[in-house]
Design a protein around this ligand. Structure first.
Ligand code: NAI
Ligand code: 3PY
Length: 386
């Protein structure tokens, strides 16, 4: 029998019981739920990753909806427990939902929400930060300074890579991949090569227009290319940033063979999901190719790193913080809460999950809709016409 989990209760007399498996940033999400007659229970247990048993306890006998986290395993056991408690709504506080078995949720009639859009720029900015940190060896140089090793300027000290005029490769040019590509093209005048299952016409138009602007100003124009294979990106790019969803097609997308196709001095960035890279193969590659560098926000067996990774000077590692700006995290909490609330209240699903701004305006009430429900079609949920 699992130990009881500690909770904090808001609006105890609310009609609908909504559970959040973690305290989330800001208070707007709590207020929005309370205003719509929800009793909000927040798990305050001092345990980073809750087990399935912990969450089953939190769900209890009566629960209308749950806001959960990407570290939790939302499969048969949890959706069965939620459905048994009368629950019809779940939302991840994340855009990625590879921790959720959506088919199982649909089987139990539970809507699954996620939080797209609000974290696009924040996540892309972290990918750009890791790119710069790796290119200019900022972490190594910082460690060197703190160790008291600096005894004067030297021509060879921490020489890194210039980005201007080089080629940035993006794998998965969706919301975040495209935002990152634009930052690198516009900010550093890099040429773009990308691979995605779909064409990103908006991104291509942006690079074309920026190239024309540069040309009109007497500068060398930037260029873009949509690669016909991922290998083309790996072979041609100087910087490669991974932004696909994690699914069966992207598991170990970057493996030993693909690493060997990349330039010896390339930089690889991963702010998507850890298993997109075969991390053990990456450690070997880093060891054998000291000029190859990586910037990683995500890991194959989070919270752990594969043996050897933490010793590699040519790796920069941060703990899954890509969406960690205050505005974004508060917005994610709001979107997740409104996903759950919308289903409980029988609201329709917002017509475009890429345009969630109206839900984030603190000075106006949010639309009466769930911002983003990934199994809306499968459940036959109505769509907002606003
Ligand atoms: N590190 C972090 O904190 C964060 C990580 N993420 C991760 O980033 C992912 C992407 O987020 P968004 O850009 O909002 O999603 P998105 O759905 O807009 O973009 C994903 C893109 O990947 C492409 N794709 C899918 N399979 C592919 C394949 N086999 N090869 C190449 N491209 C493929 C899709 O066509 C799509 O354009 C999320 O699913 C999540 O896992 C998102 C936010 C924060
Ligand atoms: O949203 C996601 O998918 C994350 O990884 C955390 O922001």
């Amino acid at each position: 029998m699992a130990k009881p989990v500690s909770i904090e209760v808001w609006n105890p007399n609310g009609k609908y019981r909504v559970v959040s498996t973690k305290p989330m940033p800001g208070t707007r999400w709590i207020n929005l739920l309370i205003q719509q007659d929800c009793r909000v229970e927040i798990c305050t247990q001092k345990k980073t990753i809750l087990s399935v048993e912990d969450i089953i306890q939190l769900i209890g006998d009566k629960c209308d909806g749950v806001i959960g986290q990407l570290t939790e395993d939302w499969g048969e056991e949890l959706f069965k427990a939620l459905s048994r408690a009368g629950g019809k709504a779940f939302s991840n506080m994340a855009v990625g939902y590879n921790n959720v078995d959506v088919n199982v949720a649909t089987k139990y009639g539970v809507a699954v929400g996620n939080t797209p859009g609000v974290l696009t720029e924040t996540t892309a900015e972290l990918a750009a930060s890791l790119t710069l940190a790796a290119a200019r060896r900022i972490v190594e140089a910082d460690e060197f300074m703190r160790a008291g090793l600096y005894d004067g300027w030297l021509p060879h000290l921490f020489v890194g890579n210039l980005l201007k005029g080089q080629t940035v490769g993006v794998i998965g040019a969706g919301r975040i991949g495209s935002a990152y590509a634009r930052m690198m093209v516009e900010g550093f005048k890099m040429n773009l090569i990308y691979f995605d299952l779909y064409q990103s016409t908006r991104l291509e138009k942006f690079v074309t227009a920026y190239g024309e602007f540069l040309k009109a100003n007497g500068e060398k124009p930037v260029t873009w290319k949509r690669a016909s294979s991922m290998d083309e990106v790996l072979q041609q790019a100087d910087i490669i940033s991974l932004h696909p969803v994690l699914d069966k097609t992207t598991y170990h997308l970057v493996n030993k063979e693909r690493l060997s196709k990349m330039k010896k001095e390339a930089i690889l960035i991963n702010c998507s999901r850890g298993p997109v890279i075969d991390e053990a193969a990456l450690v070997d590659h880093l060891r054998e190719n000291p000029m190859f560098r990586v910037g990683l926000d995500v890991f194959e067996d989070e919270p752990y790193m594969k043996p050897g990774l933490s010793e590699m000077k040519n790796a920069i590692v941060v703990p899954h913080i890509a969406s960690a700006s205050k505005w974004t995290r508060e917005g994610m909490a709001t979107l997740a809460a409104l996903n759950v609330l919308g289903k409980i209240k029988g609201y329709p699903v917002w017509f475009d999950a890429n345009r969630v701004e109206p839900f984030l305006n603190e000075n106006a009430p949010p639309p009466a809709a769930s911002p983003s429900i990934v199994n809306a079609k499968a459940l036959g949920l109505p769509v907002s016409k606003l």
